[in-house]
Write a protein that binds this ligand. Structure first.
Ligand SMILES: C[S@@+](CC[C@H](N)C(=O)[O-])C[C@H]1O[C@@H](n2cnc3c(N)ncnc32)[C@H](O)[C@@H]1O
Length: 274
């Protein structure tokens, strides 16, 4: 939806708690996996944003992300979107030529020459009901450019542990919104075992840890792998994390086995090849 005089942000206000560097690891994940989208150049008269939806009381996570992603693309345009007008007003002084803050909702406040290449929505949908999860995901996905990506996640207060849905807009007609995968992220400061992630499962999964559900089956298999690979603990938690991932891959799950992801504590479970 394009912004107009009658624009009404879709969604509702929620708690705005955030923290400096809380979403640092989501930036690292994007830098490691979405380099092509980050580096893509805009045409002269268009802007394709990195959108941070629901940045909270203060815009620090958006500003930190802008700085990190601009290592790969100094010209990247960044848009922070908030449904709470006071939070938008608090962020406005931090705007510059490439960084913008606007009032908006799941219907992003984009102008006609603007689009979204990447969207992050962290700790936003966790405050909605489970039944409300699917529609905004589809809606946000359809506002991505073809091939664009939405990272929708839930973290603990410091961001040391999180999980996220990876949603992609297909790059071929009819440009469907596809569930590309799911990421588990830990910096290992809280140790590591699969149960660590249960409290930060995203809204579509947190109430689905019951036999017969996809996420439950996956977590049970991961726990088995963790137990089987426990001798690797003598080489450190990262080694254990990597070998449990390898066992999952051998068991038929499609895991991104790149060492630069696994060694940093990202288990990227892919649902399909695009
Ligand atoms: C808990 S804060 C998360 C802040 C930050 N993303 C983080 O993870 O630290 C959630 C924010 O999402 C905003 N929000 C909720 N629904 C929204 C929507 N539909 N569109 C835009 N912002 C929304 C709320 O106003 C709130 O400030």
């Amino acid at each position: 939806m394009k912004k107009s005089a009658s624009y009404k942000p879709q969604g509702h206000q929620t708690r705005g708690k955030t923290a400096r560097n809380r979403l640092r690891r989501s930036d690292i994940f994007l830098l490691l996996t979405q380099g092509a989208l980050i580096r893509m150049r805009d045409d002269a008269d268009t802007r394709s944003f990195y959108v941070d939806l629901g940045y909270g009381f203060e815009p620090f996570t958006t500003l930190e992300t802008a700085e990190r992603l601009r290592i790969q693309n100094p010209d990247l345009s960044v848009l922070g979107v908030e449904i709470d007008p006071e939070r938008v007003a608090a962020a406005k002084p931090f705007e510059d030529d490439q960084t913008f803050f606007r009032l908006g909702g799941f219907n992003l406040p984009l102008q006609n020459n603007e689009s979204a290449r990447l969207i992050r929505a962290f700790n936003v949908l966790r405050q909605y009901d489970e039944a409300e999860w699917r529609e905004p995901i589809e809606q946000l996905g359809l506002q991505l450019i073809p091939g664009g990506m939405l990272l929708e996640g839930t973290s603990n207060p410091t961001g040391s542990v999180w999980t996220a849905n990876v949603i992609r807009r297909s790059s071929i007609p009819p440009y469907q919104v596809i569930r590309d995968g799911f990421v588990f992220s830990t910096n290992f400061h809280m140790g590591f075992e699969p149960d660590l992630f249960q409290p930060v499962l995203t809204k579509n999964y947190i109430h689905r840890m019951i036999p017969g559900e996809l996420i439950h089956t996956f977590m049970e298999r991961w726990k088995t792998a963790f137990r089987n690979q426990s001798p690797m603990r003598s080489f450190g938690l990262r080694a254990l994390f990597c070998s449990a991932a390898a066992e999952l891959e051998n068991a038929g799950y499609h895991i991104d086995m790149r060492p630069q992801l696994l060694r940093r504590g990202f288990l990227y479970w892919r649902f399909r090849d695009l």
